[in-house]
Design a binder for this molecule. Structure first.
Ligand code: BG6
Length: 504
């Protein structure tokens, strides 16, 4: 018998990319080991890595191809499968100092050899810079000087593509991001540059677009007439871990708000793109960022974790200054000044070392305009609420008022709860964000990548708060708690509260 929650039919837009050579800089680093190599392996298992594709791993240490293959074999996520040996044979190692031009001159014949032996006739190449951001510009400059990134077709769509992938942070502020961008664009075209925000590769974040624009139900109510407020949360239990060097300079605003939070906000609030083409979607995201009212520091709460629940304070973490004022938590209220959203508050919060790991988008609808259920008043009826859970337990939930079964006339708040896990086949798991993103880089689809104007817009929005940061109060919260009390007060002053799932 058909159960309610299975896929019936559907459309698949997935295609296998052309043969290409993936060159990873920083191949012995954390990102490559934890995410990139396992994701390439999983693509290979799903037959989405073309059989004529090879992978060249670049690192500073000297090692042979065989040594590198052994290193990869032991990485987490490299579970044995019939594809493993074949995948390992496609891996090659290239040692060199990224500052030495010789490294890139030697890379030219190494790439040519892999392309020749696999039959990648068009020399399509993906350069993934899993390195410190300070190396982006020098590496790209060397690659260009060695002739590795030049495309034969200029700015036109090119079947002989050379793509370059970089990860956030894209600069440290508006000025430095501008310097980075203009530097990179001296050697590459915008079409060749893939700026990753891994949140955009998450299934449920992508689903926001399908959900909003492939259903007729939501668009009519997706506006200020029906929506009271929106909350976007991305909190985690982890502290700064071993990343104090980076995080002390960045802080949570740069680490999460400048990118992941604003990206999620754009997808929730943007207008309907004329098509699903990358630039049409990115045009709307940029337009949305342009409509956000300039940020006011007084609408932000910044916090830092103190000792709590047996965990040390941020200031006691390795590599953190004992008097550090770096924020590990931020909450904000912002407004979008356009026809659709005028007056609807958007509340964003993100933080480290909190009591749970959760990313979710909560749409709070307004009360019904009039209650016919005397003596129950409009405001006695719980509002409808839609929750898009990004992680964990990816899914969505809709709260509705419904009659409780029974002879008496009782109403209650009912949750229709859908979890992706319930429709996955046994043994199947949600794909890792990097699988989708790597695949898109190979397919030449930039929809889920950040365009240069968006980077700039996001930095400009954040600038007033970054500039005021030193003067803003820093609220301490115990490690493992729900965050600073002031974040609750921010909403309470508007007569609202943060949505918390039942167990909290
Ligand atoms: C990264 C941030 O971009 O996102 C980290 O640099 C943060 O500080 C991480 O922990 C959160 O990602 P996820 O996928 O675990 O929610």
């Amino acid at each position: 018998m058909e159960t309610g929650c299975r896929w019936r039919g559907g459309f698949c837009m997935e295609v296998t990319p052309p043969p290409n050579t993936v060159v990873i800089f920083g191949a012995l680093g954390d990102l490559a080991g934890r995410k990139l190599i396992p994701s390439l392996y999983h693509l290979c298992q799903r037959e989405l890595l073309h059989k004529r594709s090879g992978i060249i791993a670049c690192g500073r240490d000297r090692m042979s191809h065989e040594d590198y293959r052994e290193y990869v074999r032991k990485l987490p996520g490299m579970e044995p499968s019939p594809c493993l040996e074949g995948f390992l044979k496609r891996l090659f190692y290239h040692a060199g100092d990224y500052a030495e031009h010789d490294t890139y001159e030697r890379l030219v014949p190494a790439v040519a050899e892999v392309e020749h032996s696999f039959g990648n006739l068009d020399s399509c190449r993906l350069f993934y810079l899993a390195t410190a951001p300070s190396l982006y510009l020098p590496v790209v400059e060397h690659l260009a000087a060695a002739g590795l990134t030049a495309e034969p077709c200029g700015t036109q769509e090119c079947s002989q593509w050379r793509h370059v992938v970089i990860e956030k942070p894209f600069g440290h502020d508006l000025e430095s991001s501008f310097a980075l961008e203009s530097g990179l664009l001296r050697f590459l075209t915008e079409r060749q540059l893939y700026r990753i925000d891994h949140y955009l590769g998450k299934e449920t974040v992508q689903n926001i677009l399908m959900f909003r624009f492939a259903n007729v139900l939501f668009e009519p109510v997706w506006n200020r007439d029906y929506i009271d407020s929106v909350q976007i949360t991305a909190v985690e239990t982890l502290g700064v871990e071993h990343r104090a060097g980076y995080f002390e300079q960045a802080g949570l605003l740069r680490d999460m708000f400048q990118n992941h939070m604003l990206e999620m906000l754009s997808l929730v609030a943007m207008e309907i793109p004329v098509s699903f083409a990358a630039d049409r979607v990115r045009d709307e995201k940029a337009r949305l960022l342009r409509s956000i009212r300039p940020f006011l520091p007084e609408d932000f709460v910044l916090g830092q974790y103190a000792e709590g629940n047996g965990m040390p304070a941020y200031r006691a973490e390795k590599g953190v200054a004992p008097d550090s004022r770096t924020e590990t938590y931020a909450a904000a209220r912002l407004f979008i000044d356009n026809w659709r959203w005028r007056g609807v508050p958007f509340y964003l919060r993100s933080g480290k070392r909190l009591n749970r790991k959760r990313s979710e988008i909560v749409i709070n609808f307004k009360h019904v305009p009039h209650s016919i259920f005397e003596p129950v008043r409009e405001r006695d009826l719980a509002r409808n609420r839609l929750i898009l859970t990004v992680q964990p337990e990816e899914g969505l939930a809709l709260n509705l008022i419904a009659k409780r079964p029974g002879p008496k006339l009782c109403m209650g708040d009912l949750t229709m709860d859908f979890k992706y896990a319930s429709i996955l086949d046994t043994g199947e798991s949600m794909p890792e964000a990097y699988e989708r993103l790597l695949l898109d880089c190979m397919l030449g689809d930039q929809t889920l990548f950040i365009r240069s104007d968006t980077v700039r817009l996001a930095w400009s929005l954040l600038s007033p708060v970054l500039e005021a940061r030193e003067r803003m109060p820093l609220r301490f919260y115990p490690a493992g708690s729900a965050g600073p009390e002031e974040a609750d007060r921010l909403l309470r002053s508007d007569g609202r509260s943060w949505y918390e799932p039942c167990e909290f």
